[in-house]
Structures are given as C-alpha cells and as structure tokens.
Design a protein around this ligand. Sequence first.
Ligand code: SF4
Ligand code: SF4
Length: 430
Amino acid sequence: MPTSIANGLPLDHETRPPIINSGHLVLVIKVTDDCPLRCVYCSIAGPLSRRRKAQRRRMRWETAEKIVTEAMGQDFAGQITFEWHGGEPLLAGIPFYEKVLGLQRSLAREGLEIENVVQTNGILIDAAWVEFLLKNDFAVGVSWDGPTHDLNRRGETGEATSAMVLSAIRSLAQQGHRCGVLTVVTKRTLAIPPDEFLDFYINAGIEVFDLLSQEPQFVDDNTGQVTGIGANLFAYAATDAWLAAVFEAWLGSEKYRTIRIRTFENIMRLFVGLPSRVCSIGKGVCPGNLLGFLPDGSVFHCDKFFHDERYRLGNINRESFASLLRNENLVAIEAMNRDDIQHLDCRWKVVCRGGCPFVRYALQHTCEGANSHCCGHRVLFDHIFAAMMHWCPDKVTAAPEQTRPCQRTTRPCAESISDCRAVGDSASIQ
Ligand code: SF4
Ligand code: SF4
C-alpha cells in the first residue's frame, strides 16, 4: 500500500521539525460527504463517485472538537481559518456550528484571529441560516455555475436548482452579508462566448465571483494508488485561454466595470507587489499551511488530495497537530514542492511562484500535453500583464526581469488590449 512518498528522507519523527510555512493556518473540514445534490462533476456525492453509497458519513462532534482544540493550541498560528466543507456542510445543522463557536470562544487567546468560512451549495439556506451566518460573521461561499448551472448541478431526482441557489444568494446579500459565488468552469462553459457569459452574471445581479477550473477525476487501484485520469479529462490549458478571453471582454466594456473576478484580482495584486489572497495563486508554499480533514478525522495535505493515500498525514482522533506537521509524507511533499518550483521554466515563475501544487500534480497525470511545470495560468498572466503594462505601467512592480515596460504611452487609450499585448510580445515578453 503506497503510504509514503518520503523516499530517502530521514524518518526520525520525534526530532524532525514541523513543516510550518506561515502563521496563517487554513483548515478545510469536510463535516459530511452527504449532499442533497448530484452535480455531474462531483467526486463525492455525484454520479462520478464510485463510492457514493458508502459515503453518507457525518463528522462526530468529538472529531470536530479535537480539530478546533488542537488548532487553537498551536502557538505559531496567529490566524486560523476554519473552512467548513462537505458534501454539504449545512447538513451538520445550526446546533453543530453553535457548539463550534462556543468552543472557539472558550479557547480564544490574545493575538489569535479566527475566521469561519462555509462553502455551501445554497440549497438549505433559509431565514434561520441567514440569521445565524450573519450574526456569527461567517464568510459564505456559494457554488453557482451561471449559465451552465442547471446542466451541471441538479438535485437527487434530477430537478433544476439554479433559481433556488440564486434566491439563497439574494437572501444573504439583502442582509448585507459577505457572500462569494464560485463557478466551476467545464467544457460546457468554454462553449459560451465571454461577453454572453458576463452578461448572464450582470442580469442575475451577481457581481463578485470566481471561476475555477473543473478538477480532473482520478482513478485508482482501490488502495489509493492513482493509476490515471477518469472520464472527465479536462484541459487546464483550454480553461486558461478561455479565462484570458473573459478577461479581455471584462476589460473591453464599461458595462462590466462593477464585476469583480477573484482570480483576475489576485493576479493583478501580484503584479503590483501585493500578496494574493488565495493559496493557489502566487503563494508558492502551502504544505503545512492548509490541512484537509475528512469526516472520519483523516488528515491530508490539502483537501484536493483526498483521493491519493500518499498525501495522507494521519488521523486527528489519534494524533496531535504537532505530530501531523512532522509527518514524513508532509516533509516529502514540502521537499517535492520546493524542487518543482526551482525547476519551473515559465517566464511568470517570479510572479506565480509555482501556483498550486495540485494543478502541477493534475497536469502530470493527464495526457493533455501541457507543461506540468506550469501553474495553469500562463496565458492569463500574459494577458493581465499586457493590460497592466498598457493601463498602469507605473504600478507594475513584479514583472519578470527579461521584460521591458510596454513602449506605448502610459495614458489609458481606447485601443484593444490585444494590440498592446502584440507590442509587448514583440518588445520582449519571452
Ligand atoms: S454540491 Fe458539492 S458535494 Fe454536493 S453534489 Fe455538488 S459538488 Fe458534490
Ligand atoms: S495544493 Fe493548491 S489548493 Fe491545496 S493548499 Fe496548496 S495551493 Fe492551495
């Protein structure tokens, strides 16, 4: 059974230092893998799940209690984000989260900042949930796929859910609640012209959202050994090109000015020297910063690797945080990540810092011919950089050394960004 990728590494668990890359600890906690929806791309509750029948697990309170208690006892952590995921995390019920909040209050210490985030499909949000989430300052992420929602995200009996989810988003927004919409980009999305896609959001009243590439479905040999890619092989490169087209459409029309797309904003932040706000863009080091928990207490390096036993760090019911952070798999993942980043050959390496290790992992397991040393956003970086060099070159501080400022005027002009990019490319963006 492939339980270790720590080939050749020292295995002296007790004396090994923990992997700590940041004082901000992010915990993605799957409180259940049960869910009222059957999304077409879901690896947990949807039709792609080979283990669906077995997966109606709920996290025991004792497990949640141990996670919160252990995390809040870590001296190195100045900030902890508890991200409550599923399946559908609202199935755990309001009393469960009230207990969590009570525990967090009892363990609070000066200088420790706590944030709770819930990532929901929105189906169960009613007036009581709105009141609870608002009162307790939960950040809420709601999954809504825009024009492809009712093709991708149907209920157990095949019913459409888009209108229900939109209604939940509006209920939260009416109360002035922080609510981010997450849209999964699938092959169906790529067929939609970018301006038509953005118009759909404007018409629905959704102005702040993010666009995430559908993750590939991995197949394994029933021991957790990944043997290949499943039926939903999905091309990151195609998504990247489509995102670049959406970016240009967004930039090209005044009517989209109020729209904010998280991925675009975070890449722009990198170019002006500000840190990105998401782990998958421009951070470079995530091992030890983010831990993923399954309902049974299993702990992995990031929730994206739940399918691969080599990324398992242990079980919170039996082990301490300190022990998990010294796990030999985590040490190996950390070393592999640093080595990968060192060998990146992309011109945007200095900005993206390798992006998300999961994307590199996915590219290594797919046959799409993509560069597995790419963060997945090479083309989007090209477009955003060209635009920024055109519109605000004085603010750009983080371009690769081999590029030179755009030769165009620093004054914003009405010409298209692709013209500017052509000039930039010929000038030296290589
Ligand atoms: S809402 Fe989430 S957990 Fe439920 S079926 Fe859809 S993707 Fe899966
Ligand atoms: S693997 Fe990717 S998504 Fe997971 S913590 Fe690292 S950067 Fe974030």
